[in-house]
Write a protein that binds this ligand. Structure first.
Ligand SMILES: [Zn+2]
Length: 354
């Protein structure tokens, strides 16, 4: 058991069945790690904790059983995920109590599953689909931001999927002979050049002349293991008066992507500050691309092609450079420690020396 959780080297056949010094040391390590009094002896509590330690989430069906409560690391993992998703649980103690079943039912209800409080294959699949992308609750936002900042302010080696909306037979919004598809393709190319110069690996979700479904775009992002997805669109409306910029992140019910929300907020603020366009704010949505991607994904609607003022700006290549710059700064700010985060609209990023 100790070997299976990496605390003991189990390769020597002579000592495999001997409770020797290395074994005792491993027991002590385990006890210390689990907050059990450290005596190097395997008593009832240590044995019970050790038995639960090799269960990984998905190994068995988890449910509340009266009498003998189910315990194990898989229970703790489930509890941790539920807490991160924003469901109320005091702690991830690895014991499947009634409160765990209640929190699980909350998740199942929100996700459209049968709320039976049993963590079986269907619930496991749903949890796996959400992956590390969907987390909720303000304390979690802070923990996430620390994790992102820990990954370093450098963009070098980051993997970003650039999704120019529409394409091919689908021009998106068309106004005054200009199409959304060609403008966002141009914007994505400008952003791609800037990101590549900083050492970011980028993937486009389509070519200049073809389109893809949202499902295909999400699949690509998942396949390449992207860190972020930036989806570029331009809005349109029957009234020519509708104008301005909005950004969208994954959010549905109690669940939302905190990093997605943070990036949407940064992009929105940088774009509004740099372009002077109307601020239509950020919003949580469960659109396919946001929902099916396992990493933070943000969709920006970069103005209204149907509004004369927005359209004339978007048709100016220098203006599109300004927008690409704003998006680049938003991505860079996402990876800066909070304390170093500069005020909106002022940061400039010098390209790496060649
Ligand atoms: Zn669009």
């Amino acid at each position: 058991m100790l070997a299976s959780i990496g605390l003991l080297d189990n390769t020597d056949p002579h000592t495999r069945h001997v409770f020797d010094e290395p074994t005792e040391l491993a027991v002590r390590h385990f006890q210390q790690r689990r907050g059990i009094s450290v005596d190097g002896a395997v008593g009832g509590e240590t044995y019970a904790t050790l038995t639960g330690a090799h269960w990984k989430l998905g190994d068995r069906v988890l449910a509340h059983e009266s009498g003998q409560l189910l315990t194990g690391d898989d229970v703790a993992e489930l509890q941790t995920q539920l807490i991160e998703l924003g469901y109320h649980l005091v702690r991830a103690d690895g014991v499947f109590e009634l409160s765990t079943a209640e929190a699980l039912r909350g998740f199942q209800r929100d996700y459209g599953l049968l709320p039976d409080g049993i963590c079986g294959p269907g619930t496991m699949r749903a949890l796996r689909q959400l992956g590390r992308r969907v987390v909720g609750g303000r304390p979690q936002l802070l923990r996430d931001m620390v994790a992102v900042a820990d990954s370093g302010p450098s963009l070098l080696g980051k993997r970003i999927v650039l999704d120019a909306g529409h394409g091919g037979n689908d021009p998106g919004v068309v106004a005054d002979g200009v199409t959304e598809a060609e403008l966002v393709w141009d914007l994505a190319s400008r952003l791609e050049g800037r990101l590549t110069a900083l050492g970011v690996q980028t993937w486009p979700t389509r070519g200049p002349n073809n389109g893809a479904t949202d499902e295909q775009r999400a699949q690509l992002a998942n396949d390449v293991g992207a860190d972020l997805v930036l989806s570029l669109h331009i809005d349109g409306f029957v009234s020519p008066l509708a104008n301005g910029i909005a950004a969208y992140y994954y959010g549905a019910g109690e669940s939302s992507s905190t990093i997605g929300e943070r990036l949407a907020d940064l992009a929105q603020r940088e774009l509004v500050a740099r372009t002077g366009m109307l601020d239509n704010h950020i919003h949580g949505k469960s659109w396919a691309l946001l929902r099916l991607t396992r990493m933070p994904a943000v969709r920006v609607e970069l103005g209204y092609l149907t509004a004369e003022s927005d359209r004339s700006k978007l048709c100016d290549p220098r203006f599109r450079d300004t927008m690409a710059e704003g998006l680049l700064v938003a991505v860079q700010r996402l990876y800066l420690p909070i304390a170093d985060d500069p005020p909106t609209g002022v940061m400039r990023i010098p390209a790496r020396a060649h």
